[in-house]
Every structure is written in structure tokens, then in C-alpha cells.
Write a new protein. Structure first.
Length: 196
């Protein structure tokens, strides 16, 4: 009976000593300037508690960094986050369009989640005097709950009269009448779905 109690006491004391040793080690690692440990805390190594460390970026997770719409190339299918130069946004509309500075190319802007945007097809179609721009559905998965613009450059069919107002269907968002450019080589005035 004595042996059992002594054995149990010895096990209890050993466990307490081990716990104290682990606690002391953890305090040395987590305490800044805690002398004795040169290892950084987990927070400092991920940038969470060290202001000198860069915060994680989209590229650190393997995702491609988004292009700013003001810097995207003027070619069909180019996309960018935000608005291109010369296009003021409209938080009251889900989509809009404006002529780009280059003839035959249109800026199509859609609003929605910045992480799951709805992009336009690179080529529009024409039926009579109406140009139709097809929009791709946003990707599946978790999306941010923000309301941000994304711009796609779209080629219009040959023969589209850019010197006159053009009726354009922007996916399921609706129809707009895009006015002609005021000056050749400049971005045209934007037309927004649901706004007169």
C-alpha cells in the first residue's frame, strides 16, 4: 500500500516538474526581450506582431496578383480591378460601358465581389443596331462581401458606328446607350445600367 502511494506521488511530482519546465520555455519564447531565447515568437515570424515584417499578399498564397484597371493593356479580354482612367464609377449600378481610347474596344465595368468578379467575354456580338456583351458568372467558392468595380476590355464587331450612340446589352444586367467619344483617342462617357 505504501509503495503504491509513493509511486503515485513520484509520478505526480514528475508531471508537475515537466509542466513547470514547459511553461518556463513558453514564457521565454513569447516574451519580447525575454533573454535566453533568440527564437522569434510565432506571431513575429508571420508578420502578426512585427510591424517591420511585410503582411501577406495575394501572391504569398499562390494566387495571381490583380492588375489595376488603369494599367491593364488595351486588348480584348484584358481585365483589371477598379476603373480605367477617364471612367468615373457608379456605386448605384451593377454594370456600365464606355468606349476605350482605341477604336473598336470597349470598357465594360461590372460591380460585385472583388474576389469573385463577373467578367465580360472578350468579343461582343451584334444583332441589327444592338451590341450584346456576354458576362461570365462569378467563380464558385467563398467570396468577399464587398461591392467593387472590375473592368474588362471588349472588342465590338466590325462596322459598329462609334460616332453615334450605340445600344448595348450587358449580360442579364440590362441595356445601356453608350454615347460616342467626344474626342478621338480619348475614353468616352460611361453609360450605367438603370441610370438615366
Amino acid at each position: 500500500m505504501m509503495r503504491r502511494t509513493g509511486s503515485g506521488l513520484l509520478l505526480g511530482v514528475s508531471a508537475a516538474v515537466a509542466l513547470l519546465a514547459l511553461t518556463a520555455c513558453a514564457q521565454q519564447v513569447d516574451t519580447p526581450g525575454g533573454g535566453g531565447s533568440a527564437s522569434p515568437s510565432p506571431e513575429a515570424s508571420t508578420g502578426g506582431g512585427d510591424e517591420a515584417s511585410p503582411s501577406p499578399t495575394a501572391t504569398s498564397s499562390g494566387a495571381e496578383a490583380p492588375v489595376d484597371a488603369a494599367a491593364m493593356p488595351l486588348e480584348p479580354g484584358a481585365t483589371g480591378r477598379g476603373l480605367p482612367d477617364g471612367v468615373p464609377g457608379s456605386m448605384d449600378s451593377p454594370a456600365g460601358a464606355a468606349w476605350s481610347p482605341e477604336e473598336g474596344l470597349l470598357y465594360v465595368v461590372t460591380y460585385g465581389s472583388s474576389s469573385c468578379p463577373s467578367l465580360a467575354e472578350p468579343e461582343a456580338t451584334a444583332d441589327g443596331g444592338t451590341v450584346t456583351v456576354s458576362l461570365l458568372p462569378p467563380k464558385d467558392g467563398m467570396c468577399t462581401m464587398d461591392w467593387a468595380p472590375t473592368t474588362t476590355v471588349v472588342a465590338v464587331p466590325a462596322g459598329t458606328d462609334e460616332a453615334a450612340p450605340v445600344s448595348m446589352v450587358l449580360g442579364t444586367h440590362g441595356t445601356v446607350e453608350v454615347p460616342p467619344r467626344a474626342t478621338a483617342g480619348e475614353t468616352g462617357e460611361a453609360a450605367w445600367v438603370g441610370l438615366s
